[in-house]
Design a protein around this ligand. Sequence first.
Ligand SMILES: Cc1cc2nc3c(=O)[nH]c(=O)nc-3n(C[C@H](O)[C@H](O)[C@H](O)COP(=O)(O)OP(=O)(O)OC[C@H]3O[C@@H](n4cnc5c(N)ncnc54)[C@H](O)[C@@H]3O)c2cc1C
Length: 390
Amino acid sequence: MKILVIGGGMAGLTYAVIACKNGYDVTVAESNSRVGKKISVTGNGKCNIGNARVSPACFNGGAIVKRVLDSVPVAEYTRFLNSCGIFLYSDNEGRMYPLSDSAANVVDCLRYQIVKFGGKLLTDATVSGLSKTKEGYTANIRGKYCDFDKVVLACGGRSQASVDVRNLVPSELLTPMVPSLVPVRIKYMDPTLNGLRARARVSLWDGDRLLGGSDGEVQFKEYGLSGICVLDLSALIARREVKRQSGEYRFVLDVAPFLEEWSLEEIVYSRLRAGEKDKLFYGILHNKLAEHVVRRAGKDANSTQIAHTAKNLEFLFDKLLDWSMSQVTAGGISERGVSAETLQMPNGVVAIGEILNVDGICGGNNLYFAAASAIYTFSRAEREKAFSLS
Ligand SMILES: Cc1cc2nc3c(=O)[nH]c(=O)nc-3n(C[C@H](O)[C@H](O)[C@H](O)COP(=O)(O)OP(=O)(O)OC[C@H]3O[C@@H](n4cnc5c(N)ncnc54)[C@H](O)[C@@H]3O)c2cc1C
């Protein structure tokens, strides 16, 4: 069987490895000059390839995620990676990395497997058209028409993409697509905070409704907020935008998360009494952040108000930043656009990876889903055969 895999990212390469090892005639067409470009930038170049604690709760929900994760648990994914020569360790938050600590090395391993088992890798090869024929499909690759028995669409999302991934998907199957895991622009951002980093407990509100919370390091930018905890919360806004829901969003930061409010208030109170107004947060907050808190609390604020401000620092959401800053795409081919059993669209093309309307929070979940959705489409026997070859 002649198979065309459109896209040489985590999903496409995983699919190609297993298909090659099962003796299929596989061609991967990748529009970039090299495969695995996005894999190479994950985990700051170390490749955060999965998460040992992955669960449907890490994603935007839906039946497909659950089915894929049930079918491809961590042990199964690990077997796949091991069979490609990729061995793993996990950190204390479950984030999985290759022993090489090198994303480039992961791409090398996957690429080597494909070549070793007879697959073809075409780079600078954008697939610009696809049509169904009586026998299979005709694809336009680099302006040349080529026939295939089966097509797998692994073209990824719009985040940092060099081609418009919507071109090959019938528009009625697509939801709106929105940048996710992305920094946020804040209204009236205080420029003096630019460049600061602070540990915080961050919560996201829509009016009076709490949408979610996350702990971690917040990065203050001249435009707004970033950092993993902010990116994770951006996903909640992005998923709502996919459903065309808007909101009056605000990020509320507890910038002294390790102190109870009453305890912070006591410290501030005693320092105020000692006439140390300019030293209220010494040893607790960065000076610039402390000045910001005091300013926000107001000129004549008392210890209660100042401590409360530090524990509830509000930032008004303006908008999500654009595709060039986003790590993942919210939206894509809708659940109704593919069969949950086969991930086939009505035209028979199999869709895997980020082009599906599945997005996960930071920590390896998105690479995991990209690969797991590819593995999911193979039978037990095909998987066993592939995993036994290295
Ligand atoms: C900066 C950054 C950091 C990230 N960090 C992490 C992380 O630490 N952990 C994690 O799990 N996830 C991370 N992600 C997300 C993760 O990289 C993606 O979710 C994952 O790579 C998606 O895999 P994919 O194969 O579905 O799509 P992609 O990796 O996007 O691959 C799709 C490929 O298809 C190609 N293509 C598209 N259209 C065509 C066409 N018409 N013809 C030919 N080729 C085409 C594209 O060029 C692309 O190479 C990060 C993403 C970014 C941008």
